[in-house]
Design a protein around this ligand. Sequence first.
Ligand SMILES: Cc1cc2nc3c(=O)[nH]c(=O)nc-3n(C[C@H](O)[C@H](O)[C@H](O)COP(=O)(O)OP(=O)(O)OC[C@H]3O[C@@H](n4cnc5c(N)ncnc54)[C@H](O)[C@@H]3O)c2cc1C
Length: 536
Amino acid sequence: MNENDIVKTDFLVIGSGIAGLQFAIEVSKIGKVVIVTKQKIFDSNTELAQGGIAAAIDETDSFESHIEDTYKASVGLGHKSVIEEIVSSAPNIIENMIQMGVKFNTKNGKKISISNLALAKEGGHSRKRIIYVEDFTGREIEQQMIEIVRKNPNIKIYENHMTVDLITQHHIKGNGQFLPGITCWGAYVLDIQNGKVKRFLANKTLLATGGCGQIYYYTTNSETATGDGIAMAYRAGARIANMEFIQFHPTTLYQPDSQRAFLISEAVRGEGAILRLPDHSEFMKEYHPMENLAPRDVVSQAIDFEMVKNGYKFVYLDLTHLNPEKMIARFPQIYKKCIENGFDFTKDMIPVVPAAHYTCGGILSNTDGETDIKNLYACGETACIGLHGANRLASNSLLEGAVTSNNAAKLPQNIEKIKFPNIPKWSEENIFDENEWVVISHNKSTLREMMWNYVGIIRSNRRLQYASERIRIFYREIEEFYQKNPVRRDLIEARNLATTAYLIIRSAIMRKESRGLHFNRNYPEKKKEFEKDTII
Ligand SMILES: Cc1cc2nc3c(=O)[nH]c(=O)nc-3n(C[C@H](O)[C@H](O)[C@H](O)COP(=O)(O)OP(=O)(O)OC[C@H]3O[C@@H](n4cnc5c(N)ncnc54)[C@H](O)[C@@H]3O)c2cc1C
């Protein structure tokens, strides 16, 4: 083996959001850790999270109530034992974050402790149970964790490095393919700045690569969210579940020319903001008894119905009746962004539209992050553990990422040292730059538009059929290009987006009913026979 292009470690962590960092911090107590992350370490969806983390810690609250709300939001598909485990781990994980230095808002501005945390309300929650840091909870958690990771001598960080593929039997010539089961020995990793691909080998590999919001034209997600982990695990032979359930957040700032949709947190409606049509009438009463705080699937579908029916480009979110000083203090980031766009939310209503926000499906895993592939874990948004079912309850995802990666880090098998087979170098045989990169940029943007129009909030058999035919063409063109050209970030992402789009379309076609986030006009009702996960 030529050792020059090999990085060997005990734990390879792919991704530096909440799931990757939590795992890295814990396993660094028993071994050497390498984190690879495709941009700067803080670039992630975690960094963008505004609202907070759900935990039943108030004396008037209970695990039972949080479990019931989560299950209700999942429209019958949440796995009860999984929900129970995640919900009941919440207080410990919050305590852990306080120990890490996360400065959550407190009830009275006094000393931080779990019994003194301020609590907010969000859609689908029957009570106030969201723990937060103003409207930048994710940024604060990410910062504290990064500080710990940077100081840790057992952790090495590779920024601007992205995985091309997991290393499994598929890559081993000769007898490798006959090894029983599928085992992961690490990943091929591209140094984005110099274009070289290296072998990163590890006893255990964690996929913490987040979701795939970038598959849609309008999304709140970071540009890093291109479904890389899901696509890599699928190519390696892991099962993928529930990809039809993409959560569209009901309220993002209407900015038609912006690359990324800016989120107006659900906590704003939790404080009393009201959705209105352009004629200022309220409409959520007609859709759900919880009105403006109905679960996200209901609110997004209601807004989409009203926009399509009446040809509106947006609806309004109205805070003008609420205490202006209190709202500015509670949502400083949102206030600043609205002002930059010409809206003072204390006087003007905010124009809002839905945008792709959260991937409920992903790599089939358990609450310890274990997947179908030996030595490969998946945690956070890239995984599907059965917590969210057909719809995620607000603020349950930071919680899921932290709990599952913490569990994975504590598994007894983590101390095993594995024997590595002879793993070939990244091959560049028959590769030359055709200088036709327009194929990739064009395919990527048309794919995102196609997914928005045909596989968005409202779907139909005809739209899904069109999407299915088109995705085969995208996939073929991108794959042909990939076989002939040197790997680059945009090519790897286009390939992963095409694979993930295919998984979403196929899952949506398989589910011949409407449930939670998946609404098909040809099957507008729920059906008993589909009260199960979609597994590919
Ligand atoms: C605007 C917004 C607001 C939100 N608000 C909340 C909230 O209030 N509460 C809540 O619970 N949830 C919220 N969410 C959802 C939540 O933020 C995410 O689900 C969660 O942060 C996901 O964490 P993660 O660690 O799984 O992934 P991420 O935080 O997305 O991290 C993924 C990491 O993987 C890296 N990566 C991806 N592919 C590769 C590759 N091929 N090679 C190397 N690195 C790679 C990325 O660069 C990134 O570092 C929000 C999401 C958004 C977008």
